[in-house]
Design a protein around this ligand. Structure first.
Ligand code: HEC
Ligand code: HEC
Length: 243
């Protein structure tokens, strides 16, 4: 009887000790568990940010963030708040568009925070991984045109010639004086029966009055004689890439 009680006490004691050990293990590993949860969180934000960077910003800031029409971003000295501010509001009077939804842009605050997160902790491995994924899913052109290619750059012309003052192209400009051109290459072929996509786009630039899009005033002036043949082709090629 007495012997049985002693055994129960011993077992109870052993279980208590085991519990204390387990709790100790838990408290010792918890901080590193929290740490890796935070790292995972930051990584996810960076992956999302890198995705937006490649789709929307790389065309002006370079495929590797090395700079192009816009300054390099890969080693920016800007703090998180300043980054968020510039990306949200853009730089009025420059090609840098405002991206915040409440400024007429396409991103929520959280998306902009993710982009800023990626830019601040620039990571080429994440960037290449995400680029690979996007190309694989057909969401990104595998060979992004280098920002300062030998020939004239269509997107650059599109900004420099002031097309952005009248036309919206998602991620580039936000104006509704003229029709949105975000997917002009898909629309152009249907505008005038018998006129090909490329011919219609050329005509829109050289003789805008030849066909006036319904709902808009014929106020676009002709670019005939204002562009070299190379510039015209670069601009047309750029518009043809918008589908
Ligand atoms: C149509 C071209 C264009 C696009 C698209 C664009 N930018 Fe810019 N960005 C610029 C230009 C040009 C400037 C320089 C403006 C100036 O002169 O202050 C700039 C400036 C910036 C700056 C300030 C850099 C500095 O050192 O002062 C940041 C940050 C920036 N852009 C981030 C972005 C992000 C993020 C995206 C994508 C969401 C983006 N930009 C898309 C053209 C662009
Ligand atoms: C002053 C404002 C303004 C400027 C600047 C301007 N456009 Fe336009 N654009 C319009 C308007 C308005 C229309 C619609 C009326 C029409 O078809 O002529 C239009 C029509 C077009 C169309 C046909 C769109 C469609 O859906 O069929 C294209 C393509 C085009 N513009 C490209 C450009 C390009 C490229 C530039 C710069 C080189 C440019 N525009 C500059 C106002 C402008």
């Amino acid at each position: 009887m007495n012997h049985g009680l002693e055994k129960k006490v011993a077992i109870g004691l052993a279980l208590t000790v085991l519990l204390i050990i387990l709790m100790g293990v838990y408290f010792i590993t918890e901080p590193s568990r929290q740490q890796s949860a935070r790292e995972e969180f930051v990584r996810k934000a960076s992956v999302v940010g890198a995705e937006h960077f490649l789709v929307t910003c790389a065309q002006c800031h370079g495929a590797q963030g090395e700079g192009g029409i816009g300054p390099p971003l890969r080693e920016t000295g800007l703090e998180e708040n300043d980054l968020i501010k510039v990306i949200s509001r853009g730089r009025p009077g420059t090609p840098m568009p405002a991206f915040a939804a409440d400024e007429g842009g396409v991103f929520t605050y959280y998306q902009i925070r993710d982009i800023a997160e990626f830019i601040r902790h620039w990571d080429d491995d994440i960037l290449e991984e995400v680029r690979h994924e996007l190309v694989e899913h057909g969401m990104l052109n595998p060979t992004p045109a280098p920002p300062s290619a030998a020939g004239p750059d269509g997107l650059q012309l599109f900004t420099q010639l002031g097309c952005i003052a009248c036309h919206t192209v998602e991620g580039v400009s936000t104006s509704s004086v003229g029709p949105e051109l975000t997917d002009i290459a898909s629309v152009a072929g249907e505008r005038r029966p018998g006129t090909s996509t490329e011919d219609y786009i050329k005509e829109s630039l050289l003789d805008p009055g030849a066909f006036v899009v319904e709902g808009f005033a014929p106020i676009m002036s002709s670019f005939d004689g204002r562009l070299t043949p190379e510039e015209l082709q670069a601009l047309v090629d750029y518009l043809l890439s918008l589908e």
